[in-house]
Write a protein that binds this ligand. Structure first.
Ligand code: NIG
Ligand code: FE
Length: 393
């Protein structure tokens, strides 16, 4: 599969078009796409030749929404949910994000880095070629900075393009239980200036949701973020339709993510904006909440992005092939739409559409060589399977 023109987000019916070549060659130099074409024009000498007969050659997945840096899993809460408690009930009893924050504060930076790097390596082998990672399990200045430093170190040590997002407003820490304005002031007056001075974040995020941060809180935080040049990518409409989509659009958010609960007004608002909608079906699957209405979004002519939301609470998997399977089986996306949403549209959701997300001359997308496959649809069809034979960077 290869194309020279995929450097922009794909909208509506364009998402079904996956430009491809049969019986083709692809030339990479240090991971950079130097050329491709039909076998009749194959270049003569190269250092290494890989036979891709019967296989697919695809751009690596771009995962634009993860919480990859965390201390440990939350299997205890998994058991509680199996026994009947909801995600929201567990969170209200100081579990959920606060549980992860307690664990993360105790974990030394080195150990946190090692755990995150191991996860990143695993995702790489599952075909992820670029990733966004959020803070938000620190919830104190020191621990938020610790998380962001871990992300910076991952950027330095991994060949994978990584974007970092400051999510201080992920939950209200216990110390500020009765003083939300105090915590927001801490984010704005103490965390943000430090993070900006050290260049530790590319974006800013808020969990805009009933019981977490209101639209007015989100306004305050995003306004402050823009003063430091941080574009918003925000969590909205996961459990309730509280106007978060419109709030994101008002603040020129790059993306609004989750969108499990949304209607026509949100679709109309998105159509009149540049903000990209991002669906996270792994979260819907794992905590049993509705799926983002992908068909309504795409059929309205909008672009849609798929990401994993990899995190220990609501989506403990960063496997993008499985995300594609959920998109097809649960959200009625076609395999082609799912691939577009998980590659070039994901790249646009982290402003990397000119360097990754498609096989185009000059890009360095990371290349997946699949196991033998007869059609693209085999990726979501054989859900849970391992389709990746080899990944080139
Ligand atoms: O995207 N919704 C907010 N944040 C995460 C869940 C975080 C957690 O439970 O640890 C999400 O689903
Ligand atoms: Fe998330």
């Amino acid at each position: 599969m290869a194309d020279n023109t995929l450097t922009a987000v794909r909208k509506g019916s364009e998402m079904r078009e996956v430009p491809s070549l049969d019986n083709a060659w692809l030339l990479l130099e240090n991971g950079v796409v130097k050329g491709f074409g039909g076998m009749e024009s194959a270049p003569g000498h190269t250092d290494e030749v890989v036979d891709a007969k019967g296989r697919f050659v695809l751009p690596a997945f771009v995962d634009s929404h993860t919480h990859l840096v965390f201390a440990t899993g939350r299997e205890d809460e998994f058991a509680m949910r199996i026994a009947g408690k909801t995600y929201e009930e567990i969170a209200a009893a100081s579990g959920g994000i606060l549980n992860s924050a307690r664990k993360l504060r105790e974990m030394p930076e080195e150990a946190l880095f090692d755990a995150a790097l191991a996860r990143l390596e695993k995702l790489r082998n599952q075909g992820t070629g670029a990733i966004e990672i959020k803070s938000g399990y620190g919830l104190t200045t020191a621990s938020e900075l610790k998380m962001l430093r871990v992300i910076r170190k991952l950027k330095e040590q991994s060949a994978m393009p990584i974007k970092s997002t400051f999510l201080g407003a992920h939950a209200l820490p216990d110390q500020y239980k009765n003083d939300k304005d105090g915590y927001i002031s801490l984010i704005i007056d103490e965390m943000l200036p430090k993070i900006a001075t050290e260049g530790l974040a590319d974006y800013i995020d808020v969990f805009c949701e009933q019981g977490y941060f209101t639209n007015a809180d989100t306004d305050r935080i995003l306004e402050a973020g823009w003063k430091f040049g941080l574009k918003p990518k925000i969590h909205v409409n996961q459990f309730t339709n509280s106007g978060g989509v419109q709030t994101g659009i008002r603040h020129k958010a790059l993306t609004v993510d989750h969108l499990e609960v949304m209607g026509q007004a949100e679709i109309d608002a998105l159509k009149a904006s540049e903000t990209l909608p991002v669906a996270l079906p792994g979260c819907s699957f794992f905590i049993n909440i509705p799926y983002t209405p992908a068909r309504s979004i795409i059929d309205a002519g909008l672009p849609l992005v798929l990401a994993s939301d990899f995190n220990p609470g609501s989506s403990p998997s960063g496997n993008m092939a499985f995300v594609m399977a959920l998109a097809c089986t649960q959200m009625k996306m076609t395999p082609e739409e799912a691939l577009t949403a998980a590659t070039i549209n994901g790249a646009a959701a982290m402003e990397l559409e000119h360097s990754t997300g498609s096989i185009s001359i000059g890009k360095k997308p990371g290349i997946i060589l699949t196991k033998p496959m007869r059609s693209l649809a085999e990726i979501p069809y054989y859900f849970g399977d391992d389709l990746v034979e080899r990944v080139f960077y």
